[in-house]
Design a protein around this ligand. Structure first.
Ligand code: NAP
Length: 264
């Protein structure tokens, strides 16, 4: 089939139905905007206030389209089932799922609280599992889909000097879950990949930047061969690539976007 494709539409997502968890701010917002810019309808999932998400989707729908905002806690099975039912009732299908919602509770291991450990796993790992199962059911039925999990460099290395083992373990689990899902669901023509960002400036990281600028300068920026931290915009290309037909032969891949931080 070599040469049979129209390469001008390789990244086109017109009419595709996408769900982005934690899609109203930080990295998730940029990912939602990037998918919408390529023509996808986006269900922006938020845990807390719906207002920002509703403003965002109003912008997406301004020139047509059927994006919507929905409140759900990805760690709660009941919320996830309600969300999947809403997607099915409204769209009847799901083409793209971006499991972006994530939290971090820093702290050293020696006296780390079990409730914080469990909360981290519950959102970062079980949230990915529950969302993949619920939306995956629609994808299995239709025989297509692309799932993109937001992992982290922290799933590959113990980034220092801050201590956040629970987060690191959760992101390593996200990477392995990505590979397991890719393997199990290839027969349903569902591709499952992850993006492993390096340090990206968002609300998750800006407190550290404000309180410990020397750490950011000496460890975060200098750690990357590109000598800087990244912006949310710099993850947009990766999500569009993995969501679109441009990556049709790519599955189980952990796509690193870290300015070369994990190179050395
Ligand atoms: P952020 O600004 O703190 O945003 C986190 C998002 O996750 C928010 O939209 C939040 O929703 C949502 N969320 C948290 N818990 C949730 C739950 N239980 N159910 C539904 N939504 C929930 O974080 P970020 O920096 O954009 O990070 C996004 C993802 O990238 C995370 O998975 C993070 O681990 C990963 N990552 C970030 C960096 C970085 O340097 N920033 C690096 C590597 C990986 P609400 O707004 O409704 O609270």
């Amino acid at each position: 089939m070599a040469g049979s494709r129209d390469y001008t539409r390789l990244f086109d997502l017109t009419g595709r139905k996408a769900i982005v968890t934690g899609g109203s701010r930080g990295i998730g917002r940029a990912l939602s905007e990037a998918l919408a810019a390529q023509g996808a309808n986006v269900a922006v999932v938020v845990r807390s206030s719906l207002d920002i998400a509703e403003d965002l989707v109003a912008g997406f729908n301004a020139s047509g389209g059927d994006s919507f905002a929905i409140q759900a806690d990805v760690s709660q099975p009941g919320d996830v089932e309600r969300l999947a039912a809403e997607v099915e009732a409204r769209w009847g299908r799901a083409d793209i799922l971006v499991n972006n919602a994530g939290i971090i509770h820093p702290g050293p291991i020696d006296d780390y609280r079990l409730d914080l450990w469990r909360d981290t796993m519950s959102v970062n790992v079980e949230g990915v599992l529950l969302m993949s199962q619920a939306i995956g059911r629609l994808m299995i039925r239709q025989g297509s889909g692309s799932i993109i999990n937001i992992g982290s460099m922290s799933g590959r290395i113990v980034n220092w000097p801050f201590r956040h083992a629970a987060y690191n373990v959760s992101k390593a689990a996200v990477h392995m879950l990505t590979k397991c899902l890719a393997t199990e669901w290839a027969e349903h023509k569902i591709r499952v990949n992850a993006i492993a960002p390096g340090y990206i400036l968002t609300e998750l990281t800006e407190d550290v930047l404000r309180d410990n600028p020397e750490v950011v300068r000496d460890h975060w920026a200098k750690g990357a061969v590109m000598d800087r931290i990244g912006t949310v915009d710099e993850l947009a290309g990766a999500v569009v690539y993995l969501a679109s037909d441009a990556s049709s032969f790519t599955t189980g891949e952990i796509h690193t976007v870290d300015g070369g931080l994990t190179l050395r």
